[in-house]
Design a protein around this ligand. Structure first.
Ligand code: GCU
Length: 610
């Protein structure tokens, strides 16, 4: 009896507590041009003991510590009197935003806590307009104050969020103060330990938008397997209902007219024009799509393609495809990356994949990357795997943590669902098999399919080894369209590379398989052609040759995203000669120096592409 009660309780705990349609962020502002980009010099003030929020003994913070107050400290001090301050964000030092504080200031290299940022700005507004601030990513917990008023909060380091500031905004001298707490714990996503650097801060742009009272908050389109273009548009504001809506793709001579329903939503469903050129890596055709509704208009550049699985094949536009890829962390090439990915940084990284490696695919690991990476992938013709940081060990049992994961997934899907390049949503990376973990991932997979049934669901799984056979026996397999595994035989453990070549795989035959990771460290420039030891470029190149030879014997293997394009910062990697805080599995060094293994993979992909 007890077992049944336990099972029922466990099952009830696993039930998603938020219905999928309640996961849509209340404000999106997708595909809208900003009125002001607030990137630039922001002042900052450390608050390691979080006294800006809570004072000693749990008492409320003292005004003299409340960085978010709308006070000109110098002017107040000039008036004299008993009051005093223990901060001043007007006279504080400044750093370049977007960017992580760990890379901006040497003494902040390992600062992991609450940092206050301030940006002053003017905002001339037209009557009847509404004002919003859109943060493209802040790592990890954010509290936003404008002119002394708290206007919003967010948790999650890699997805956008929007706060309305219509009431709090003023024409001149706005004081935007953002509290950013980078601390992770057992109930964050990811949890405390990862194999990447802290990167706390406002790591992507903050932009000001001013819209009509009723505006287009979101619009989406896609091509269906049945050859139709379908989508929707959502108005936000006081008059959303029964508004005239038009959709226009001039290059296809396509114009659609409809009206919004009582909820301000309009739907599109029309046969794809005969002249439509489908998006693919070889021909990444993008169209300017214009939406008009209620006097507002937005435009986006979109590609149209289909993606599906059939048995063990992945079908792009109905044709089987092999994914020639690489995994990428969100770090720009350079000696001191600050997770500042502008268009030039994105083009440099993705150009190494498209042109250097002859790739057609990137795994944007282990969290949603900067939207710029998705848009450049759309343009260059690189298919994309996207994932939220459900990475290693997460609190699988607390419903609030599952809701956090589902919200992150929703924020990612609503941001990126118009990107043709994006074909795979991953719901986890290397999470140890357990009942509570499988329930968590199953709920995430259900969320993905409820929000975006047009793409494929995967996860990077761990494998089991019995002698020279590798098995995949993960209960999560039934939830996945595409099986993905991380395999490191020949690097972790004591396998020789000859053993690696002989390894056999026991995998389900009815689904496509990806090697989502394999890799070996190499310190760029360390050569030893005679001994070929681990950490030498020679060993890394031999490792790739052996692993590619093994991969050739896996009949359902449909793609690779080896670990990793570029050496990246990790506090777990401290060998004083070879690592010094860098994970060296990159095919290029942190400054972009290609290693011997780069050419091994490039030759392999060049041959595959023929
Ligand atoms: C794991 C993990 C990566 C990590 C890599 C490594 O597979 O997914 O995030 O960096 O192995 O050990 O280098």
């Amino acid at each position: 009896m007890r077992t049944w009660i336990t099972l029922a309780l466990a099952w009830a705990l696993a039930l998603p507590t938020l219905a999928a349609d309640s996961l849509r962020p209340s404000l999106l502002l997708t595909a809208r041009a900003a009125d002001q980009d607030l990137s630039g010099r922001w002042t900052y003030s450390k608050d390691l003991y979080r006294t800006g929020f809570t004072d000693i003994n749990g008492w409320p913070a003292k005004p003299r510590m409340q960085r978010f107050r709308d006070v000109d400290v110098a002017a107040a001090e000039a008036k004299g009197g008993a009051g005093f301050f223990e901060y001043d964000l007007d006279r504080a030092p400044a750093m370049e935003i977007p960017g992580a504080w760990n890379s901006a200031v040497p003494e902040l290299r390992y600062f992991d806590g609450l940092m206050w940022f301030q940006r002053r700005f003017d905002a001339p507004t037209k009557p009847g307009r509404r004002s919003f601030l859109r943060f493209e990513a802040v790592n990890y917990r954010t509290t936003i104050f404008l002119n002394g008023q708290e206007v919003g909060k967010h948790e999650g380091g890699f997805t956008p969020f929007v706060v309305e500031v219509t009431q709090a905004l003023r024409e001149t001298g706005n004081r935007l103060v953002v509290g950013v707490d980078s601390k992770h714990d057992a109930q964050t996503i990811p949890a405390e330990i990862t194999d990447w650097d802290l990167y706390g801060g406002i790591t992507r742009p903050v932009k000001l938008f001013q819209t009509p009272a009723t505006f287009i908050d979101d619009a989406t389109l896609r091509l269906t397997e049945a050859g139709r273009i379908v989508g929707s548009l959502q108005l936000n504001g006081p008059q959303p209902a029964n508004q005239a809506v038009s959709l226009r793709i001039a290059a296809l001579n396509l114009t659609l007219a409809t009206r919004t329903d009582a909820n301000g939503e309009a739907r599109f469903d029309t046969a794809a024009p005969a002249g439509l050129k489908r998006w693919s890596p070889e021909s990444p055709t993008l169209y300017d799509v214009e939406f008009e509704a209620g006097g507002d208009h937005v435009r986006d550049r979109m590609g149209f393609r289909t993606i599906a699985v059939r048995g063990s094949d992945i079908l792009l536009n109905g044709q089987p495809i092999t994914l020639r890829g690489i995994s990428i962390h969100e770090e720009e090439i350079g000696p001191n990356p600050a997770r500042r990915i502008d268009e030039a940084a994105a083009r440099r990284l993705l150009g190494e994949v498209k042109n250097g490696l002859h790739g057609n695919y990137v795994r944007l690991s282990h969290y949603p990357h900067n939207e710029t990476m998705l848009r450049v992938a759309d343009e260059l013709g690189l298919l994309v795997w996207s994932e939220i940081p459900v990475y290693w060990s997460i609190d699988w049992d607390t419903p609030a943590v599952l809701d956090k994961g589902r919200r992150m997934q929703a924020e990612t899907i609503y941001r990126d669902r118009n990107r043709a390049a994006l074909i795979l949503w991953s719901v986890g990376n290397e999470t140890p098999v357990a009942e509570n973990r499988t329930r968590f991932h199953t709920a995430l997979a259900e969320t993905v399919r409820a929000l975006d049934a047009s793409r494929l669901v995967s996860a990077a799984l761990l494998v089991e080894r019995k002698g020279d056979t590798i098995h995949i026996a993960d209960p999560l397999l039934s939830q996945l369209d595409v099986i993905a595994v991380n395999t490191y035989a020949g690097w972790y453990g004591d396998d020789t590379l000859d053993t690696v070549r002989r390894l056999r795989w026991d995998v389900p035959k009815d689904k496509p398989l990806l090697f989502s990771e394999f890799g070996a460290d190499a310190f760029a420039g360390f050569r030893d052609p005679a001994l070929r030891p681990k950490f030498s470029e020679d060993y890394q190149a031999d490792y790739y040759r052996a692993t590619l030879a093994m991969a050739a014997n896996v009949p359902t293997l449909r793609g690779l995203s080896p670990w990793v394009l570029k050496d990246f910062r990790s506090p777990r990697r401290e060998h004083p000669v070879y690592q010094n805080g860098w994970n060296r599995k990159g095919l290029i060094s942190e400054t972009g120096q290609r290693k011997l293994a780069f050419d091994v993979l490039a030759e392999h992909y060049k041959a595959q592409a023929k």
